[in-house]
Every structure is written in C-alpha cells, then in structure tokens.
Design a protein around this ligand. Structure first.
Ligand SMILES: [Zn+2]
Length: 72
C-alpha cells in the first residue's frame, strides 16, 4: 500500500487535473468516466508524474492494476 502512494506529488495532482479535463472517459475500459490518472509506466518501474506518462482511468481500472503491478 505505501509503495503505491509514494510519488503522488503535487505535480501528479496538477497533471491529473489536466488529463481528466482533456479526456473524461477511462482509456482502459472505455466505459466508466475517468476519475484518476493512471501511470503508463508505474512509478515503481521508473515512471514519472509528467503528462506524457499519465492517461485517464477510472478507479477500478487504475487501482486494480496499480497496487499489484503487472497481473502476469
Ligand atoms: Zn476503466
């Protein structure tokens, strides 16, 4: 749990607002509205909080993927 929170900085929050304003639908399931910004490359893998590494995702898609890293 603590690892998934590390790196969620003010830069992340600022860029998340930009990402959500630009594309309100989740890019993973394309069904639910996006409420979070998913890291394309996880922070634990060296990803950043820059806009180029963020995409809009709904909570279930983002957290289901983010907490455990890759499923397989
Ligand atoms: Zn989704």
């Amino acid at each position: 749990m603590s690892a998934s929170r590390r790196g969620y900085t003010s830069e992340y929050r600022r860029n998340r607002a930009v990402v959500l304003a630009d594309a309100p639908a989740c890019t993973l399931c394309r069904r639910r509205p996006a409420t979070t910004a998913d890291h394309i490359v996880p922070l634990s893998k060296g990803g950043t909080n820059q806009l180029s590494n963020l995409r809009p995702a709904c909570g279930p898609c983002n957290y289901g993927r983010g907490n455990r890293g890759y499923h397989r």
